[in-house]
Design a protein around this ligand. Structure first.
Ligand code: MF3
Ligand code: CO
Length: 260
């Protein structure tokens, strides 16, 4: 069942997502060669708590940290630890925040120093695919319009869409209906989009095969061919005026704007 949100819900979701995006910006500033992913995690946790929020991933199904930090061939759910960031890495940062009963969720991928042209293209196309999906988040469209727009942008640029993880509704729960595949699947639930739906769109895009595997830590998803992977995510609301990006830095933003 898809829970629709009213104006008051949206204000609360905006608040949660504001902390999310501010935390991402703070972490981005601290990403330098030599810093460990555990250090970034404690900066994020401190920042969220200072803002009055609660890290939403910590404890979720036993996940042990505030951030998911996924480097290079890691797709999602990388657990922060002693590993140090290096020049040339691409770093996916995924974060969820709970405040006053509402969740915010967003992700970005950033390059450290100079990265290869192919890596940069992967980041650009992944972010573009997210915005291509957001553009389709209009009243009257179907969920599959979002999925297909993402997939089309990715595959027409020679990359692949991860199948094993999907986007989701979000609100008073981190994960609500519907699931949002980043690819067309005839079997998927395909409702018409309605005003008041709040969705976390999150394409995960691989340079090579879309296939992933989970490491022995039980969490970290990596590409099967060890090629690079990127991840961008926004929480958005469907309104009668079009998609509203809740996890945007710009308060007046009711249309599309890059925040990565
Ligand atoms: N990355 C997931 C999402 O954006 C949530 C991760 S939950 C965790 O929906 F427990 F793995 F952190
Ligand atoms: Co999410």
């Amino acid at each position: 069942m898809i829970l629709l949100k009213n104006e008051e819900d949206l204000n609360c979701l905006r608040r949660a997502n504001r902390i999310v995006i501010e935390t991402l910006q703070a972490i981005k500033k601290n990403i330098k060669p030599g810093i460990s992913t555990a250090d970034l995690d404690s900066i994020a946790e401190g920042f969220i708590k200072k803002k009055g929020g609660i890290p939403a991933f910590k404890g979720y199904k036993g996940y042990p940290a505030t951030l998911c930090i996924s480097l290079n061939e890691e797709v999602v759910h990388g657990i922060p630890g002693p590993r140090k960031i290096k020049k040339g890495d691409i770093v996916s940062l995924d974060i969820g925040v709970l405040i006053d009963g509402y969740y915010g969720d967003a992700a970005i991928t950033v390059g450290v120093g100079k990265i290869s042209a192919q890596a940069q293209k992967l980041l650009d196309i992944t972010e573009q695919s997210l915005y291509a999906g957001i553009e389709k988040a209009q009243v009257g469209n179907r969920l599959s319009d979002i999925s297909m727009a993402i997939q089309e942008r990715v595959e027409s640029n020679g990359f692949s869409v991860v199948r094993d993880f999907v986007g989701h509704g979000i609100g008073r729960n981190l994960h609500e209906d519907p699931q949002i595949p980043n690819f067309y699947s005839p079997a998927a639930y395909n409702p018409r989009l309605k005003e008041g739906m709040v969705l976390a769109l999150e394409p995960m895009v691989n340079q090579g095969t879309y296939r992933v595997k989970i490491l022995n830590d039980g969490w970290t998803a990596v590409t099967q061919d060890s090629k690079l992977s990127a991840h961008f995510e926004h929480s958005i609301a469907i309104t009668d005026k079009g998609p509203l990006i809740l996890s945007s830095l710009d308060d007046n933003n009711s249309s599309l704007q890059l925040t990565g």
